[in-house]
Design a binder for this molecule. Structure first.
Ligand code: ME8
Length: 636
């Protein structure tokens, strides 16, 4: 059985997950699922990178310790995975004790070999990147990532002899064309390697930074965060002796974006070589998502929250959009218009309409019963050649991580089927009793084509794939998907069974409806309720409350269970705000509580009151205060 190990970068825990993190993780998830369809044994790793200056600074801003801060943000990264339907095998944290041990042992091996030396160094250092720069790497004298002028610092540190391995690395990249894909990034790295490599400073004195892994050979220093982080990829497999390591390590492909090809394409292979560990198989490098045409940044306010986008458009639509819109390797632009256009045209229109048209016709003409092709059916009516061509093009593109192309191949089949309907006019065949056999053939061919589509979209849209398969009266294998070989044989939908009326796969997104605020001139919607008197109003006991903790209620995507401080008591309130807020979003919020509402049980949980929220289209916005009233104080 073939094996495949895929990893994402381990993300810094200095801010919550955004669109870019979601993209890499979804891409690696899609690639893993595809490998499973090919019958491979897979291992898929993601995690968080928790040491270093960035984390210390972020924790300080929140008046907390680096560990408490890392725990909190790492949990956000873990919680986002099931929401995005990402099925990782393991989640690694660089604060895991097992990881710390492996980093120390790798460092000790390289040190004992003589590839780490102590020296005094003066260089230019970007605190944002946590690394020394060479003059030639700066843009107008500034850090290319942070746009800040690096500071000159002088200190004694440990250095890793990267220069010793430069020729070896160049040769390795030149003789392994697949080592870095796509090609433009391989060229970029080779051209960087034309200049002499400087040795890498791999320590930070504890006088400057303590939040890191202490060097095994000097108590006064911690490990440079990249030297610590990269090792995660072997720790997670149980290096050095674990069976998983032996089985999966030779098959490793790391998914990264272009921002971190140097650590992955230069430091990491050299670290492995120096430590006597086999080099990983390769890197899959993608471009950057910009939002509204600009790099995501807090100051511009365009950092896009994947949970919010998923909440609005659905997880399959979001995954489809990301995989279809970005050409793997190039940058792409995220705007609401582009995602809405993709959903409406590719999903609601092309695929959704095809599915509902075909099942509706089968329902209308044969009461849902599947006729199958007539014995004497015309061979020209077969859709098998188009379906097989799509499967082949899809398989080739997926193997090269060209997700956009793979999906385009599937949509060629969808479009061929839509044209097939127009050309064969089932509605005309239905009017001619002599052609009922042809009608049965046409509808059966279409249902089979839809079965192919459902099988092939599984890595990107697992929920939709399952829905379509079920609607076709087929059973999914226990593992939840079909192997590629199992999709291929034509004619698998059983004849004679009855199919239900189709459901809507993807509702069209009404562009009007996505406005957050209703236009001022329009009348209030929904219409105002009947007038009440002040006496009526005074029956409602409104209080200021503060949310102490929150958690999701299992099996509900809408309900959050809140513990709310009302001054003299803490109330449990079940609130239907789970589609607009995560539990982390609401903890600490001051809210308005209806305190004398009769308690009720919701999904088995007691709810003693209600928090008020504005209903803005499909979103809820929690009520709050312009100030911080004491919990429990009445609201008049
Ligand atoms: O670099 N578009 O962590 P990080 C696409 N901890 N992908 C993006 C993106 C964007 N605009 N922004 C971020 C680190 N990413 C290190 C990694 S690995 C041993 C250590 C994704 O939180 C992309 O995968 O800054 C990028 O490489 C990664 O997040 C950087 O994540």
């Amino acid at each position: 059985m073939t094996c495949q190990y895929y990893t994402t970068p381990i993300y810094y825990v200095n801010a919550k997950p955004h669109l870019g993190h979601a993209y890499t993780s979804i891409a690696a998830d899609v690639a893993t699922r595809f490998k499973k369809m090919e019958g491979a044994d897979t291992f898929f790793l993601t995690g968080t990178d928790e040491h270093g200056d960035k984390i210390v600074q972020a924790a300080e801003k929140e008046n907390t310790t680096p560990k408490a801060y890392a725990d909190k943000i790492s949990k956000l990264f873990q919680d986002v995975l099931p929401l995005l339907n990402i099925e990782n095998n393991h989640f690694i944290r660089t604060t895991d004790p097992g990881h710390i041990e492996v980093v120390k042992s790798v460092l000790a091996t390289i040190y004992d070999k003589g590839d780490i030396y102590f020296s005094s160094y003066e260089g230019i250092y970007c605190f944002g990147c946590e690394r020394f720069y060479q003059e030639r790497e700066l843009v107008d004298g500034k850090c290319p990532d942070h746009g800040t002028v690096p500071e000159t610092i002088k200190e004694s540190n440990y250095f890793f002899k990267m220069s010793k391995y430069q020729d070896w690395l160049i040769e390795h990249i030149e003789t392994h064309p697949d080592f870095i894909r796509p090609e433009q990034y391989r060229k970029e790295l080779l051209s960087f390697l034309k200049e002499p490599l400087e040795d890498l400073c791999i320590s930070r004195p504890k006088t400057r930074l303590t939040w890191g892994i202490t060097l095994p050979f000097d108590e006064d220093y911690v490990t440079y965060v990249w030297f610590d982080a990269l090792v995660n990829y072997i720790t997670a497999l149980g290096y050095p002796d674990g069976d998983r390591f032996k089985k999966f390590w030779p098959t490793t492909r790391h998914f990264v974006a272009k921002d971190i090809i140097k650590p992955h394409g230069i430091y990491w292979p050299i670290m492995l070589k120096a430590a006597g560990i086999d080099i990983y198989n390769g890197l899959n490098v993608h471009g950057f998502w910009n939002v509204q045409g600009s790099k995501m940044s807090k100051s511009i306010g365009n950092v896009t929250d994947p949970v919010e986008v998923t909440g609005r458009f659905g997880v399959d639509a979001f995954r489809y959009f990301l995989m279809r819109e970005m050409v793997f390797g190039l940058d792409a632009n995220f705007t609401e218009d582009v995602i809405v256009a993709r959903i409406n045209s590719d999903l609601a229109n092309d695929l959704g309409n095809l599915f509902s048209r075909v099942l509706s016709m089968n329902y209308k003409y044969f009461k849902g019963s599947i006729q199958g092709p007539a014995a004497d059916s015309d061979k020209d009516l077969s859709l098998e050649p188009e379906a097989t061509a799509a499967l082949e093009a899809y398989t080739k593109a997926m193997a090269e991580c060209r997700f956009h192309k793979a999906l385009a191949s599937v949509w060629e089949l969808v479009s061929a089927m839509n044209k097939y309907i127009v050309a064969n006019e089932p509605w005309a065949l239905a009017k001619d009793p002599a052609r009922t056999g042809d009608l049965g053939t046409v509808l059966y061919e279409l249902l089979e084509g839809i079965r192919f589509v459902a099988g092939l979209i599984w890595p990107v849209m697992p929920e939709t794939s399952g829905k379509i398969i079920a609607a076709l009266g087929l059973e999914l294998p226990e593992k939840g998907f079909f192997n590629l070989d199992a999709i291929r044989p034509w004619g698998q939908i059983p004849r004679g069974i009855s199919l239900a009326k189709p459901q809507i796969l993807f509702p069209r997104v009404d562009v009007e409806k996505k406005a957050v605020e209703p236009p001022a001139a329009k009348p209030l919607k929904p219409a105002l309720k009947e007038e009440i008197t002040i006496d009526d109003f005074s029956k409602i006991d409104l209080r200021a409350g503060k949310i102490l903790s929150a958690e999701r209620i299992e099996k509900s995507d809408k309900l959050l269970k809140l513990q709310v401080n009302l001054g003299t008591q803490t109330r449990q309130i079940v609130a239907g705000i789970g589609k607009s807020y995560t539990p982390e979003d609401v903890v600490g919020k001051e809210v308005i509580v209806v305190a004398n509402l009769k308690p009720v049980k919701l999904m088995g949980e007691l709810s003693e009151g209600m928090v008020l929220a504005a209903s803005v289209k499909k979103n809820l916005v929690l009520s709050g205060f312009n100030g911080s009233p004491k919990p429990g104080c009445p609201i008049k």
